[in-house]
Design a protein around this ligand. Structure first.
Ligand code: GDG
Length: 467
């Protein structure tokens, strides 16, 4: 491995570098890695422009940010269209919501080609390229066409669907084939890795032994690299200003009431409707909790240009209103529901003030909120995490109360159990969960992935023929 080479990260969006804390776990993890050796971060600027525009480069905190604008047409076809309206539902097993249009797939390919054209010119010998997520599956293939020989790794932040689901996507074969231009592919969990290997065996006539996968006359490495958070940093957020001020403020507002908290982008994969329903069931089954418990749901609006998201939001509004209409009293509103994003440190204080963390996605690659909730707790008097078995995080956070979100009664029962749990049991579970968070934190994620990328046997990267 070249110790001198840069790390080149590529993601759909290039996030802010300063105050990256505001942008969520992934940006924090990447920024640290890029800072270590003066890396490059390449991707979309987040802006649309009338023309194609040219590559913009700027320095921030020792990191080179290289960004491109998208045309409105590319934004609609690539980002809103193929990425968010087709691949995202597919990856979350929601083929009922998947909308496929050939011209959107073309826009997806066009943007990936454009990214590759610009990026290829910026690369130096010895660089390691780390591409993120489903937006950029064809990128390596396009780079290889431009004679890029550096090591290129890919990390999928979402789940990898089973072959029956994946094969509903027209042209899925060309996307999977494109993955074989990477040297290393990382998944969130062993389950995702196994589904990928199964697909290669069953649908592509390939082989998968250990981490070595062959198909289409090519070979790559694949592994599970569960993402984590910066545990100590997040804990600090909850216990220092302004997080601790928000905690105190929340406590005085709660006046002894117990708070359940949910924090999710407003997305159908996050299980918000069924969560509201389960909370209603909990209140129905536990009249003594009336007036004493509230559910705070922070759900910043996302992808609101898509119909699936707009109608989902309306349904959720109705469901929250239904629970409130049914149970509220003049001095108590059970569901507090916000569509605004809050600063990260405020969130930390709110997690700390919450007796129960409710993380019940129907399907989720990992779920960082589950980890943040645990990290923000007071070890002397920690809250309890209720976690869906369909979040990747459930593979690791075994001491949470694991539920099946399709079972409203089970979820309601877990809410009750969590609220009633005795302090010794809460401490025991929290301690164990913190050990797990520390063992798989965000720096281990990037260390393990980059080490595995460096260990890919040297050769003609991406052109390695299967033996
Ligand atoms: C994808 C995968 C995978 C949320 N609301 C606010 C806010 N957030 C932050 C959270 C957390 C992040 O956004 C969300 O991360 P998740 O992991 O929960 O979910 P996705 O956004 O769907 O992320 C997922 C992840 O990638 C990483 O690989 O775990 O499975 O779907 O950090 O705190 N942050 C602020 N205000 C909010 O209101 N500041």
């Amino acid at each position: 491995m070249s110790r001198t080479g840069r790390l080149v990260a590529v993601s759909n969006r290039v996030g802010p570098v300063r105050g990256a804390a505001a942008a969520g776990g992934l940006a924090v993890g990447l920024v640290d890695a890029l800072r270590e050796r003066g890396g490059l971060w390449f991707g979309w600027s987040g802006r649309t422009a009338s023309g194609r525009g040219s590559l913009r480069q700027e320095m921030a905190d020792g990191i080179t940010l290289a960004t491109l604008d998208l045309t409105q047409q590319d934004f609609d076809g690539y980002y809103s269209g193929f990425c968010n309206n087709c691949l995202w539902p597919l990856m979350h097993f929601r083929i009922d919501l998947m909308r496929f249009e050939h011209r959107q797939l073309e826009a997806y390919r066009r943007v990936n080609t454009r990214f590759a054209q610009s990026l290829a010119r910026l690369l130096r010998a010895g660089d390691r390229v780390w591409v993120h997520d489903y937006h950029l599956i064809p990128l390596a293939e396009e780079l290889r066409r431009r004679r890029v020989r550096q090591r290129i790794g890919f990390f999928l932040h979402t789940p990898f669907p089973p072959t029956e689901i994946l094969s509903t996507l027209p042209e899925h074969e060309s996307l999977i084939r494109a993955l074989f231009a990477y040297d290393l592919i990382g998944f969130q969990t062993e389950e995702d890795l196994v589904r990928f290997q199964e697909h290669i065996r069953r649908a592509c006539g390939g082989t998968a032994k250990g981490g070595v996968v062959t198909a289409f006359g090519r070979e790559l490495r694949a592994g599970a690299f569960p993402i984590g958070i910066d545990v100590d940093q997040f804990h600090r957020y909850a216990f220092t200003a302004p997080g601790n001020r928000e905690f105190a403020r929340m406590q005085s507002v709660l006046r002894g009431r117990d708070q359940f908290i949910g924090v999710d982008r407003l997305d159908y994969s996050k299980g918000l409707l069924r969560r509201m329903d389960a909370f209603g069931r909990y209140l129905e089954g536990h009249p003594k909790a009336h007036g004493k418990v509230i559910l705070l749901q922070v759900a910043p609006v996302s992808r609101s240009d898509l119909i699936a998201y707009r109608s989902f939001r309306q349904e959720l509004d109705r469901e929250a209103a239904r629970v409130n209409g049914r149970f509220a009293r003049f001095d108590w509103t059970p569901v507090h529901y916000l569509n605004r994003a809050l600063p990260r440190r405020t969130l930390a204080g709110l997690y700390r003030a919450s007796r129960v963390g409710i993380v019940t996605p129907m399907r989720d690659g990992m779920n960082l909120v589950a980890m943040e909730y645990v990290a923000a707790q007071d070890p002397a008097d920690p809250g309890v995490l209720v976690l869906s078995r369909f979040a990747g995080a459930a593979q690791y956070l075994r001491e949470a109360l694991i539920v099946n979100p399709y079972d409203g009664e089970e979820t309601a029962a877990a809410m009750h159990l969590a609220r009633e749990m005795r302090i010794q049991e809460r401490r025991r579970r929290h301690e164990a969960l913190m050990r797990r968070l520390r063992a798989r934190d965000v720096s281990r994620w990037r260390r393990d992935f980059l080490a595995a990328l460096s260990e890919v046997p040297a050769g003609r990267q991406g052109l390695r023929k299967a033996r």
